[in-house]
Design a protein around this ligand. Structure first.
Ligand code: PLP
Length: 240
């Protein structure tokens, strides 16, 4: 596909997703500004990702650290890009990842949280002086294959907060594969309830709920999502 039609189609898809998110917010009686869209770019190359930024999407999500690094290095934009790491982070990739100050959605072990806190408070590491914003990933679908903490594990993590080096802003969750919309919505509601309980326990607001993807973001917004992570809907009609 030539570049111009991709650019046009991406911009149209981006605008449509923005409208659908606004509509879902309105139907939920929420303000559009309370829901932030992360454009998930794991399916496309750096050139296409750059076009998405031009279309207006300034928050980009990658699920592999290496791809986040590569794109963060190669994409030059006049407007600052906020990176989001939404997939598993290996501990040996923490330091490199922190260079790009992403919001890390996918904290799935206490050891990973420890590694991030240690890297962020290491004064010999000049590039990561600020605390790192993170979310705890919770496995609400109960699927073996899914990553994230089981609910029962979260209390002991929360008991260690607040701690230097990391700002735990809230939770991230994914509905199970192939769940129908009703079941997805119940899982999102469950995530919000878990958040409410944990927030009381630790005294932090845990205001961020990252939940909802192309197929279920309206249900997630109805249940309080503050970040939706949208990939495939942005690339409809584009070969990738
Ligand atoms: C791929 C991915 C998304 C985007 O999913 P789509 O269905 O393509 O919108 C969202 N969150 C995570 C964690 C992902 O890996």
């Amino acid at each position: 596909m030539a570049e111009a039609p991709i650019r046009t189609r991406l911009a149209a898809n981006w605008n449509q997703v923005c409208e659908q998110v606004a509509e879902a917010a309105q139907q939920a009686g929420r303000s559009r500004d309370d829901v932030h869209i992360v454009g998930v770019t794991k399916y496309v190359d750096a050139a296409t990702t750059a076009m998405l930024v031009e279309a207006g999407c300034r928050s980009l999500g990658e699920n592999r650290p290496q791809q986040l690094w590569d794109k963060a290095e190669s994409i030059r934009s006049r407007d600052p890009i906020q990176w989001h790491l939404i997939g598993h982070l290996q501990r040996n990739k923490v330091r490199r990842t922190l260079r790009y100050h992403p919001l890390i959605h996918s904290i799935d072990s206490l050891r990973l949280l420890d590694a991030i806190a240690a890297a962020a408070t290491d004064e010999t590491e000049s590039n990561s002086a600020a605390p790192i914003d993170v979310l705890l990933e919770v496995n609400v679908s109960g699927e073996e294959a899914k990553t994230g903490f089981d609910e029962s594990e979260l209390d002991s993590v929360i008991n260690q907060l607040p701690r230097p080096g990391v700002n735990v802003l809230g939770l991230m969750a994914m509905a199970g594969w192939g769940t129908d919309p009703g079941e997805a919505r119940r899982q999102f509601a469950r995530t919000r309830e878990i958040r409410d309980r944990l927030a009381k326990l630790c005294g932090l607001p845990l205001a961020t709920l990252s939940m909802g993807m192309s197929n279920d973001f309206a249900a997630a917004i109805a249940e309080g999502a503050t970040i939706v992570r949208i990939g495939s809907a942005l690339y409809e009609g584009i070969d990738h």
